[in-house]
Design a protein around this ligand. Sequence first.
Ligand code: NDP
Ligand code: GDR
Length: 359
Amino acid sequence: MGKIALITGVTGQDGSYLSELLLDKGYEVHGIIRRHSSISTERIEHLCNNRQIKNDKFKLHYGDLSDSSNINNLLCKIKPDEIYNLGAQSHVGVSFEVPEYTADVTGIGTLRLLEAIHMLKADTKFYQASTSELFGGLPKTAPQNENTMFYPKSPYGVAKLYSYWITVNYRESYDLFASNGILFNHESPRRGETFVTRKITRAVAGIANGSLDKLSLGNMNAKRDWGYAGDYVEGMWRILQQDKPSDYVLATGETHTVREFVELAFAEISIELEWQGQGVDEKGYDKKTGKLLVDVDPAFFRPAEVEILCGDPSRAQKELGWTRGVSFRDLVTMMVKSDIEKSGKVEYVSNYGFIEKIG
Ligand code: NDP
Ligand code: GDR
């Protein structure tokens, strides 16, 4: 009989790719979805409506990481072999606006799941979606690996630090199979519209089709280690297939500035940018036409910033046999292409995702 997996955050970027992967491997996949005033299952719609996937293979349940009775009931009912805890208030910038909520869902939500496994004495393997944001504020430590000191720089990072340690603690205290994947940034055409990569690629598509004039960003000097989400969900699964639970960094080992991402994205539509000014006055112009295409809006600066992240995935390469497949350049191409294809009706995402329709 196939294994049963439960995914929190199934409607998110990673939840959708992981569902596909596990269904392909013959799992019965259960996902927790929240009640929204409008439909939030866009990324998994193709799985819900796919006639090839029998109804009993992909099931959704209402729930919330803030509700322990709901979590306990679902675990009793589903009896999963594996739980992937991907649910979170996952936006670093927004976590400064809603710190308490972020702590509850992104931090204590993990405890609620672990405690349910422990109380039910279940033989369930647990994957925690840990993050490079744990390393945050120690720039001189890059490249970061499993032994690098943590120093989170946001309420999100601090909530994830709690989740990291409570996962380790339940493993050590109660012998649970509980592992952390410390994942560096991973993106895709399904990336949320308010994360910087997708914001850039959607804006480039909007500029290409004439529905948008310019792109406004925050800190373009920040450096990130960006990979492709489809590669990273394979790593999550491999982490739970090991003989022993442990913690692994998944990363590309390369780092690039936000500005480099912007330049490559515009190059996809044959625009070369020329930069003038610095800091909040920095502006990017079309080298050929002189048109202003990129500027800086201080509204997108964060109260504290993580300047550089670059992961060292050697352990995952050696022990999990995992490597990233898609290069940085191919990732940019994939995302711009996808947004151009979708850009019949481009919407502009303003500060933290309030959507203003243009045209
Ligand atoms: P997304 O923001 O795309 O998805 C987050 C998911 O969490 C959504 O399904 C969302 O549901 C769900 N969620 C939010 N709040 C709750 C709640 N209270 N109860 C239950 N579910 C909730 O994130 P990603 O897919 O990009 O990331 C997956 C996980 O990995 C997250 O935990 C993130 O913090 C972590 N991570 C991500 C990295 C990345 O680069 N993508 C890197 C490292 C870690 P809804 O659709 O209803 O909003
Ligand atoms: P991050 O991703 O904070 O790394 O968290 P995000 O794409 O939001 O920011 C990356 C960097 O870009 C800078 N930046 C901007 N960011 C946004 N969102 N919008 C802007 O306009 C903008 N301009 C510049 C940011 O300041 C930052 O330095 C993501 C999330 O998926 C987390 O859940 C995950 O844990 C980490 O990646 C690893």
